[in-house]
Structure formats: structure tokens, C-alpha cells
Design a protein around this ligand. Sequence first.
Ligand SMILES: Cc1ncc(C[n+]2csc(CCOP(=O)(O)OP(=O)(O)O)c2C)c(N)n1
Ligand code: SF4
Length: 351
Amino acid sequence: MTYLSKPKFRHPKLPVNAHGLTHRDYEGVVSTLCAGCGHDSISAAVIEACFELDIEAHRIAKVSGIGCSAKTTNYFLGRSHGFNSVHGRMPSVATGANLANRDLIYIGVSGDGDTASIGLGQFSHAVRRRLNMLYLVENNGTYGLTKGQASATADPTSKNKKGLSTPFESIDLAAMAIELGAGFVARSFSGDKAQLVPLMKAAIRYRGFALIDVISPCVTFNNPPASTKSYDYVREHNAALDRVDFVAGRAQITADYEAGTTTNVTLHDGSVMALHKLAPDYDPCDKANVLATLHRLKSAGEIATGLLYLEKDETDLHDLIVTTQRPLNELTEDDLCPGSAALAAINASHS
Ligand SMILES: Cc1ncc(C[n+]2csc(CCOP(=O)(O)OP(=O)(O)O)c2C)c(N)n1
Ligand code: SF4
């Protein structure tokens, strides 16, 4: 694999965030993806979201599997922890890392092939265990890296570059994640940075499993207008249900939103998500209605985007299995081996 590092020079007037860091400090090496690939826009959105949230790079762990999508973790957050695993196995690597160190922020990047086929089991269990992570699916309906086979998210009505369709029903990863217990589920489009960046910021701050299914056109194998994952199709059929504004909770929050059209949701760390309803009667907290809306729009050939589902009570895997508050590498021998009296008490409690 070749790595092209970016020139170190930067304009002295580049904007800086609370840590004095510029966007350049959140970048990785030069992308080797095809020019125009949607995945590169998603990398740019990750850089923007982390810059705006003032997250220091060493607090983030980025994990991925295999695919063009999986390669992108090399193109952002060059100073963060990273693990490029094997095809479909990103969720178990993320689970192990998160259990060992709950203090890091986990960003998993996956493809629709990586998640909806070989990694479907791993994905399902990360969701139902409410692993605290942002799970990004870069969804192009095709296996880009292996040259354009249909993936399990390809719609039977869709046609790829060669005019071919799949005979099989497509998997809607967002609907599946809602069914399996994800607390934060959104869908967006790589070409809509205004929607994607606030969604990412809110998802990073959400404590629990947060999925963003990002339609990300593969310009080389699956971008004719007849493909339901193409730039043209998504622009024409984007049914945005809501818009999210995000205000990080570190400073005093002064949000002024029009009554009646917006709901403010405060996250565990004090950040506020302002949800602007675009579709009448859309409530992202009403699971049955959300699933019915997704099914209805899908059958009409529309693509529902925005914050699709939100569980206001944030719960993660550590809450569910009651783990220690401290990262495992901070535990001392005394913590791990409390002595024979403690062991005798535990044994006595089982008799
Ligand atoms: C165990 C295993 N099986 C198959 C492959 C071949 N393979 C590499 S990437 C890929 C699919 C990638 O598609 P997707 O996850 O949608 O990512 P994209 O390249 O489209 O971003 C496959 C089947 C592999 N690397 N490992
Ligand atoms: S093959 Fe498709 S998914 Fe892979 S880099 Fe090129 S455009 Fe992107």
C-alpha cells in the first residue's frame, strides 16, 4: 500500500478550534480513492465534525474492516488510534477495545458489503449490545474494492453501470438497527455536508450505539442515474424527514428556535440537538411510526434521510453489564486481586 503524506505547510490564518488545532491537524494521508468517490466526502465530514467538536485526536479510536470504505480511516484523523481489521470483523475489534477502554471515542467505518453480508452477524450483536460508538456505513450498493458486484443493500429496482439488477430484496440497515435496539439511527448522503456534519457531531456525543447509514455513490461501478445509490437518483429522491442542529455542551447554551417546529433534545454531556421537523407528524422517538415511515418511503422509491430514530434515554454496554468506570490499563494489582477475604465472601454468597 502506498502512503502519500500531505505537505506540512499551512496558511497562518487557517481557523483554529479550542485546542489551537486547524482542519489540517485532523486530516490523514492523501486519498487514493477514485476522484468523485462519495467516501472522500464522508472523510471530509468526519474531519469537520471532530474539528468543530474540539476533540483531541488521541481521544479517538477509528476502526474498520476491508473495502474502499475501510481504507478511508487512513485519510482522516492521522494522529488518532486506528485498527484496520479484516472483512466484516470491525464490530468485534471495536467491542474489545471499548470494553478495555471506555474513555476513548470509537468511530467505526464500514461498507455495505462489509456490514450487510460478511459482517451482518457482527453488526447485529454490536447494535443489540448498545456498544458506545459511531458506526458509519458508506453505502454504495456495491462491492467497490472488488470491482462492482451487487451488495445486499442494492435495491432490486436499481441498475448498475452494466445495466444489471439483483433479483434479491435489499437490506435496510437503518430499519434493522432500529429493530435491534440502536438508540440513534440516521441516514444521510455524502453529497449533503450540511445534513451530515451535525448528524455526525450528535452521533459522536450520543452514549450508546449510533448508526449513520450514508449513501455514498461509487462513481466507478454504480453511478448511472438508474442506480438508486447514484448522485442523480439520491438528489431527486431525498425525502429529508428532519434537520439536526447541534450545540456542544461545553459553553452556556444559547439556542433560540422557533416554537412548534423544533424539539430540543439534551444529551448526557449537556449538548443539545435541535430537531427541525420537515415531514408533518414525524416523531423520531416513536419507533412504530418510524419503521412504518421507512417502509412507506422505501416502497415509493424515496430515500428517507435525517435523524430517523432516537432513544432519549442513553444506555450503553457498560451500563448493561455494570463494568468498572476505569480503563483496564489503569487498574492496579490491588483492584484486580482484592485478596482471600473478598474471595471467601464471594464464595459464601453462592452457597
Ligand atoms: C474474508 C474475505 N472475503 C472476501 C474478501 C474480498 N473483498 C474485499 S473488499 C470486499 C467488499 C467491499 O465492499 P464494501 O464493504 O461495500 O466496500 P466498498 O469497497 O464498496 O467501499 C470483498 C468481498 C476479503 N477481503 N476477505
Ligand atoms: S471503486 Fe467505487 S467505492 Fe472504490 S474508490 Fe472507486 S468510486 Fe469509491
